[in-house]
Design a protein around this ligand. Structure first.
Ligand code: HSE
Length: 385
């Protein structure tokens, strides 16, 4: 029975991961142990249908190194603090990580199995031990348009993202809701007055957004009734770090050599947990739209093409409609005026599911199968010896 350590299970991504594992019955047949960076000795997670025991110390390398697999959603600082010591101590287990710290290391495999099962299988066969979930925006982009990449149709792509508060973290989600509440409070009186004008409502919104007391400590600016066209820190070429990841991580996930140019602008919007993206794709050749939709929709089980009509778009292609669902929706698929090789598409996906927790949950399943197969082969080797 594989021995699996969980770190960072209390946070946003970790909670969604445990909930998905519970839903799918993934705890059957494993020996889980739960760790904490802040409260070792305390009680483990509840509601999983079994006694999760006492929390281990997430910095105890000796305790961690008894596990076949460690799954961490704790964050990059934790990974940087613990992973090198575990490896230096000779731990040869599988490290499955939500954080970005190890993603671009040459020995790390980025996991998104509906898109890159071949890259994952090759990594396992080559003895790779570090497997990381990719950036949520990138994972959701590839979940949406895997069919086009797989068909070799993408010459280049630009993406304009509309990213949810959840991508920034739990505290940011709360701050967005607090901002909405503050806006709601500010417009209560003008909305209650049927004679008040839209400009009077707008004036109240503008005043509350500019108020020193408006909650903005996390985002640094109002997001409710606004948007923020900068995510993460600056890197080269005027890009934000978030914008750089589509090219770097996207091509690594796909195992593309040479890499496909992907670039664009990343924007935070007032969605709670769904990232949306508007994509412009330069196709290598003109293909009819029905063929393109079939490629997109047929790529894997978690993508759904939404008809390019106003009714279907508003019913099925919004964060409100997609939130909490595993399927990534792709719609507004049409050719641009520039020519038959220029395609646009709009995607919406739950940032906490396929954007974060689900690739890790699935990777744990893949590692378990791999360990099972390796275990099944072991006696045969012993007999042969
Ligand atoms: N960096 C992403 C965001 C989420 O801020 O939305 C994590 O991949």
């Amino acid at each position: 029975m594989p021995d699996i350590g969980f770190v960072g299970w209390r946070g946003l991504v970790g909670s969604v991961l445990l909930e998905r594992m519970r839903e799918e019955g993934d705890f059957a047949g494993i020996a889980p142990a739960f760790y904490s960076t802040s409260a070792p000795g305390g009680p483990g997670p509840s509601g999983l249908g079994f006694d999760s025991g006492r929390l281990g110390d997430a910095h105890d390398v000796g305790a961690l190194s008894r596990h076949d697999v460690i799954v961490t959603c704790q964050g990059g600082d934790y990974t940087r603090a613990v992973h090198p010591h575990l490896r230096a101590a000779g731990w040869n287990g599988y490290w499955i990580d939500a954080a970005s710290a190890l993603r671009m290391e040459p020995g790390t495999v980025l996991v998104l199995d509906p898109v890159n099962a071949d890259v994952i299988a090759e990594g396992l066969a080559r003895g790779r031990r570090d497997f990381c979930g990719a950036n949520c925006t990138v994972s959701l982009l590839l979940m949406a348009l895997a069919g086009l990449f797989r068909a070799g149709l993408v010459e280049w792509m630009t993406t304009m993202s509309y990213q949810a508060a959840s991508g920034a973290g739990a505290a940011h989600m709360r701050e967005l809701a607090a901002q909405m509440a503050a806006v709601g409070e500010a417009v209560r009186a003008p909305l209650a007055d049927p004679a008040s004008s839209a400009l009077a409502v707008d004036q109240s919104v503008r005043e509350v957004l500019a108020d020193d007391g408006f909650p903005r400590s996390r985002f640094g600016a109002p997001l409710a009734a606004s948007l923020l066209p900068w995510i993460d820190r600056p890197v080269d070429g005027g890009r934000s770090r978030e914008e750089g990841k589509a090219f770097e991580e996207g091509n690594k996930i796909l195992g593309n050599e040479p890499p496909v140019p992907i670039d664009g602008v990343c924007v935070r919007v007032g969605s709670m947990r769904c990232h949306a993206q508007a994509c412009t794709v330069k196709l290598r050749e003109d293909r009819p739209l029905d063929e393109i939709e079939a490629l997109i929709g047929g790529a894997h089980d978690w993508v759904r093409v939404v008809e390019n009509t106003p009714e279907a778009t508003l019913a099925e292609l919004t964060p409100a409609a997609v939130s909490g669902r595993l399927e990534v929706a792709v719609g507004r698929v049409r050719k641009l005026r520039m020519g038959g090789e220029y395609l646009t598409a709009f995607s919406v996906g739950d940032q906490l599911l396929w954007g974060a927790a689900e690739p890790l949950r699935r990777m744990l399943g893949i590692v378990r199968s791999h360990l099972g197969e390796a275990g099944a082969r072991r006696p045969a080797r012993a007999e042969a010896a």
